[in-house]
Design a protein around this ligand. Structure first.
Ligand SMILES: C[S@@+](CC[C@H](N)C(=O)[O-])C[C@H]1O[C@@H](n2cnc3c(N)ncnc32)[C@H](O)[C@@H]1O
Length: 380
């Protein structure tokens, strides 16, 4: 996440934290006449007002505020098959030509050239995603982040090479624009896209509508629902007495909560950027993953480095805090009940996952973790 720095009145020098840093217009009040506590509160508020920009949107029109439409393209399994067949037939043609070793001439003695077959029309799938180009930190879910696109590649690879996602129920935490869950809905039975805040959920719902062609043939159910990790699991449910107009549109009903608890797949992209939120997220996961069906979580993150005055070094503190939640599965199982319940994590080798989605740079600081929750074994 690229911080767009705050302007400090007493410091003439602008601090550039990252290449995509731009100045926010906010000014701080005079510090001298402020109480310590007030100052801390204001700093927090200022941080919330800072504008940040995802690197996915670097090509978007600068100084554009408000929602923008971007297109994300990836092959369908049909296109992949066609490309593979085409490559194979080209290899056969080349082999034939080489094998014969004969130069063909027409009746006038002119050389006959073997022409390559024209490329078949590409059948790529195109998603239209409404998003903001910059946002404040509390509204980062209005943008698309690179980890979401890396996780989309991972899910697409699963779709193209297996049927493990066919007909499943899945839930995405911190879904933001909803790109990943919508894509999964092309094969899943039910997908819950969860986030918090009405503006983010409204934007996600718009994207579900814009891309309904991807999943409507196969009649998947896609729900946009509020799940605030601070309030943990289970989320509040709507009272039966309320009419659909009266109830908050992103509220769950009891049967949806039950269905989500029986999901087999959880997804989360770029949700590790504040230690407090990481604590709240893992608290929610602990409850959600210990109820209903056994679940596996795939969590994609961008390992962000910052200079720490405390450590006088470049560190990835948020990443270290995230890792403090994870144990090694083998070790955990060997230690037995003494170390349970626990989260176990495995870093996935992304070199095995082709980049299907074109519109981003998959840099080496992006990681995908497979996370399971091992409950304690009851001895009674
Ligand atoms: C950096 S964005 C990532 C969005 C999307 N997954 C992506 O990668 O494009 C972090 C997401 O976490 C969500 N989030 C932050 N705090 C949350 C909370 N307390 N409960 C639920 N979601 C939260 C944000 O609203 C946002 O959608």
């Amino acid at each position: 996440m690229e911080r767009i720095s705050e302007e400090e009145e007493e410091e003439e020098e602008e601090k550039v934290l990252n290449p995509t840093t731009i100045k926010s217009t906010l000014k701080r009040r005079e510090r001298d006449c402020m109480e310590e506590e007030e100052e801390d509160e204001d700093e927090d508020e200022d941080e919330d007002e800072d504008e940040v920009m995802s690197e996915v949107h670097l090509g978007c029109p600068p100084n554009f505020s408000g929602p923008h439409l971007s297109y994300f393209t990836f092959p369908t399994s049909l296109t992949l098959q066609q490309q593979q067949q085409q490559q194979e037939s080209e290899i056969d043609d080349d082999d034939d030509a080489k094998g014969e070793g004969v130069i063909s001439l027409d009746e006038d003695g002119d050389l006959l050239l073997t022409r390559r077959k024209p490329n078949k029309p590409s059948n790529n799938c195109r998603m239209t995603i409404q998003h903001n180009i910059t946002s404040t930190i509390p509204s980062v879910g209005l943008q698309v982040w690179r980890a979401e696109l890396a996780l989309a590649d991972f899910v697409l690879h699963g779709i193209f090479t297996s049927n493990k996602y066919d007909g499943i129920t899945a839930l995405e935490l911190g879904a933001g624009t909803g790109l990943l869950g919508i894509l999964l809905a092309s094969v899943a039975k039910t997908v819950f896209l969860t986030d918090h805040g009405e503006d983010i959920l409204d934007n996600c719902a718009v994207n579900v509508h814009l891309n309904s062609k991807i999943f409507e043939n196969h009649q998947a159910s896609v729900y946009v629902r509020e799940l605030d990790w601070i309030k943990s699991w289970p989320p509040s449910v709507s009272a039966d007495i309320l009419t659909s107009q009266e109830r908050y549109k992103y509220l769950w009903n009891p049967s949806e909560v039950e269905e989500a608890e029986n999901a087999s797949l959880l997804l989360a992209a770029d949700v590790i950027y504040s230690d407090d939120l990481t604590d709240a997220l893992f608290n929610t996961l602990r409850i959600l993953m210990s109820r209903g069906s056994t679940k596996v979580l795939y969590l994609a993150l961008e390992k962000r480095y910052n200079f720490s005055l405390h450590d006088l070094d470049i560190v990835a503190n948020g990443y270290s805090h995230f890792q403090s939640y994870l144990q090694d599965e083998e070790e955990c199982r060997q230690l037995g009940n003494g170390s349970l319940p626990c989260f176990v994590g495995k870093n996935i080798d992304l070199t095995d996952i082709p980049q299907y989605v074109r519109e981003y740079d998959r840099e080496t600081n992006i990681e995908i973790w497979q996370i399971k929750y091992l409950p304690s074994v009851s001895t009674s």
